[in-house]
Design a protein around this ligand. Structure first.
Ligand code: 2HA
Ligand code: ZN
Length: 275
């Protein structure tokens, strides 16, 4: 099958364009990766390129040995993905040690995979383990309202989770485990990949202060939906804070407990503190 006709490729391109349309991908901001299913690799295998040279990932991901990923290219603009996917995207293969990758398709005008490849692959490795292989999508976006909040809220998981939960009743149902927050760090390297990976052990969403957010999920829809829900909640919080510094009424800890019972979700008590 032609690579661009494969369903996962179509879904990847649509999600990237949805993110661009939301305004989360100025210039070359953001990146997306998908851990391709073995049966999907088989249907495109005869369209893959000659095996390129192995290049160090910069981190070790032994549990991803032999896996194939579709990822956005470094320096590529999300707005161009739908127009010219073969120039903006690539398929890479991981070696048997999980230390190197090689290009197998795409980036026809040159270049390499996203500068955040270490964080993407470390997140994939953690999520593959903790989800029993279900999670396949890692998405990084420069979500405007979440970024704005990192200048005014304390950079604590409990505070971000609780404030975001309070902004829309669906939030604790969509992300019952909460969100993790990392203080400002240099992007694009090993240290930030390790810190993000640690938080991905318990959260599906991790905020990078003054930069953006990473989300993980089983499918393109669920991962985009998580990013969208959190960013919308941040937008509501900013509107509320812009009108008035304190709320007249809100969703209370006991309301959250009732919601947990009604929707069969576990909401950790550490997010339901008295203010
Ligand atoms: O430019 O978003 O974090 C791509 C990025 C780096
Ligand atoms: Zn970024």
């Amino acid at each position: 099958m032609k690579i661009l006709d494969a369903k996962f490729v179509q879904d990847f391109i649509k999600m990237a364009d949805d993110g661009y349309q939301q305004g989360w991908h100025e210039r070359n901001g953001g990146n997306l990766s998908y851990r391709i299913k073995p049966e999907e690799v088989e249907i495109i295998r005869n369209r893959l390129d000659e095996k390129g040279e192995w290049i160090p990932i910069g981190v070790s991901v032994p549990d991803l040995a032999g896996e194939f990923f579709m990822v956005t290219g470094t320096g590529k603009y999300f707005r161009n993905i739908i127009v010219d996917p073969e120039a903006c995207l690539t398929i890479i293969e991981i070696d048997e040690k999980g230390e190197n990758y090689r290009k197998r398709w795409g980036l026809v005008e040159g270049g390499g995979p996203t500068s955040e490849l270490p964080t993407h692959l470390m997140n994939h490795e953690v999520k593959k383990r903790v989800s029993g292989g279900k999670h396949r999508v890692i998405y990084h976006a420069h979500t405007t309202n979440v970024i704005a909040l990192t200048f005014v809220l304390p950079l604590k998981d409990e505070i971000f989770t609780r404030e975001l939960w309070e902004m829309a009743t669906e939030c604790p149902i969509v992300f019952p485990d909460g969100v993790g927050v990392i203080g400002w760090m240099v992007p694009g390297g090993r240290e930030i990949a390790i810190e993000t990976g640690k938080l991905m052990e318990k959260y599906d969403a991790v905020i990078w202060a003054h930069h953006g957010m990473f989300c993980s999920g089983e499918s393109f829809d669920l991962t985009f939906g998580l990013m969208h829900t959190i960013e919308k909640s941040a937008e509501i919080l900013i509107k509320v804070l812009s009108m008035k510094p304190d709320k007249l009424q809100t969703i209370t800890p006991d309301n959250f407990r009732d919601l947990a019972v009604a929707f069969h979700v576990q909401l950790p008590e550490r997010f339901l503190y008295e203010k």
